[in-house]
Ligand binder design. Structure first.
Ligand code: SF4
Ligand code: SF4
Length: 436
């Protein structure tokens, strides 16, 4: 066992432990703790979808329960395992009266979180995404299992502690036939697997095989319950297929007694937040899946910058009337988190500091928010670039200055959610659904 890992585990031995962050980072940490006999009391997570639920067999509490939990468990240690929202969570913990030595930032031990985009394309063309905004002009392809194996081996060799790896960025991983073996390869290294899919996937056999490998986390992104709403923003998808695959997931989870956390990520537009949302909530509740909502954004970063600098693409112009929170409103809402320090500097940007993304073609982008090839690629080949070279490339990337100037790191993080909700509530909404 390496020093960092030993140091972290020593701090967690023989004390009551809670993990703040019930998604992939926290799930990877639970896997590590279980492997080394560390008992974890449960999770803390501010997502209302998780409150009071059991995740990976552990209870999940909302932050408001922290004072009671501390009274109940003297010596409580909290590990903050939420890679992009650490600073915000630290502020909340201090606000609850937790001294700084009562919580640990997991990033202090595991300083880089890896994403391997195993598929370089998607079967859908969503209006809010690079694939629906002309992204097809870039080469498409998939990562072979042999290349993937080299990538994972290099990540493991270069890092003291790797507890989860995400197998998606801009691509649809369930289009890669090697996905079951890829999940298995992570598990053979003691690493948790995080997946994300549109689930409009016709390959039932592949879905079955992947689930048999018990991935820890599966996000399902969608934007409606009825085709009328879903088709409007998930171009080329089929919500009936998505719904039938959700049922299949439940069947596999029960049949094989899987731990997979299925996290349905509902993209909010102004035409899907009534009956569509309600019906999807009911379906998820029936299936025992989590449903979280997120305001649809304009992505990728290059496209937002073009829009803010007066060069909106035709796809951006088509998307804007459907948004509940416009780009400008989102930037303004997220900026109000800390009035004394309204924007995140490049040095503090969590996307820059702790992420490494490896595209299907082995190129390494500055962060997950950018899509285009060209200057936003900081290393042409992950396998031949050292960690230091990638870090240097990131430090020199010109786009960070532009991004920060426009307040986009906070916008991409969706900081200050209550402000976004207030903006959305002030907007007219209608729901695309069949007549009652
Ligand atoms: S399903 Fe996801 S990756 Fe595919 S086009 Fe839509 S948003 Fe992009
Ligand atoms: S481009 Fe923006 S979001 Fe990405 S690392 Fe740079 S500052 Fe952060």
């Amino acid at each position: 066992m390496n020093t960092r890992q030993a140091d972290l585990l020593a701090q967690l031995a023989d004390v009551p432990v809670l993990i703040w962050g019930a998604r992939m980072t926290g799930l990877g940490l639970v896997r590590l703790c279980r492997t080394h006999g560390i008992a974890v009391l449960g999770f803390i997570d501010s997502d209302p979808a998780f409150a009071g639920q059991r995740i990976a067999g552990l209870p999940c509490h909302p932050p408001a329960e922290l004072p009671a939990l501390r009274a109940q468990h003297p010596g409580l240690k909290i590990v903050v395992a939420a890679s992009t929202k650490e600073a915000e969570i630290n502020r909340q913990l201090l606000g609850y009266g937790f001294p700084a030595d009562s919580f640990i930032n997991y990033s202090g031990y595991c300083d880089l979180f890896y994403t391997v985009d195993v598929m370089g394309t998607c079967n859908l063309k969503c209006l809010s995404c690079a694939h629906g905004a002309g992204g097809e002009k870039y080469a498409r392809g998939q990562m072979s299992f042999e290349t993937y194996r080299q990538v994972i081996d290099k990540i493991v060799a270069e890092n003291d502690l790797v507890t989860h790896i995400s197998l998606y960025s801009w691509g649809e991983p369930f289009l890669n036939p090697a996905l079951p073996e890829m999940v298995d390869y992570l598990h053979r290294h003691g690493i948790a697997a995080a997946l994300s899919s549109n689930l409009s996937i016709k390959n039932e056999a592949l879905l079955h095989k992947v689930m048999q490998h018990n991935p820890e986390y599966l996000k399902v992104s969608l934007s409606g319950y009825y085709p009328e709403a879903y088709n409007d923003t998930h171009g080329g998808g089929n919500i009936h297929l998505v719904r039938s695959n959700l049922l299949r997931l439940r069947y596999y989870i029960d049949k094989y007694r899987l731990d997979t956390v299925v996290d349905v990520n509902y993209h909010l537009y102004n035409n899907n937040n009534g009956r569509n949302l309600q019906k999807m909530r009911e379906l998820c509740a029936e299936l025992g899946f989590f449903l979280s909502t997120t305001f649809a954004l304009v992505m990728p970063l290059e496209r937002v910058i073009d829009k803010l600098e007066g060069r909106p693409s035709p796809s951006t112009l088509a998307l804007e009337p459907k948004l509940l929170v416009s780009v400008e409103e989102g930037i303004s809402a997220s900026r109000t988190v800390d009035r004394e320090n309204p924007s995140i500097s490049p040095a503090d940007c969590p996307f820059l500091a702790n992420q490494t993304i490896i595209n299907w073609d082995l190129s390494v982008p500055i962060c997950c928010t950018t899509f285009n090839r060209g200057p936003n690629i900081v290393a042409a080949n992950f396998l031949t670039a050292s960690k230091a070279q990638i870090g240097q490339g990131k430090a020199q990337a010109g786009i960070c200055q532009t991004c920060v100037k426009h307040g986009l790191p906070a916008y991409n993080l969706g900081l200050n959610r209550s402000r976004w909700e207030a903006v959305a509530a002030s907007k007219p909404s209608f729901d695309l659904a069949p007549d009652a």
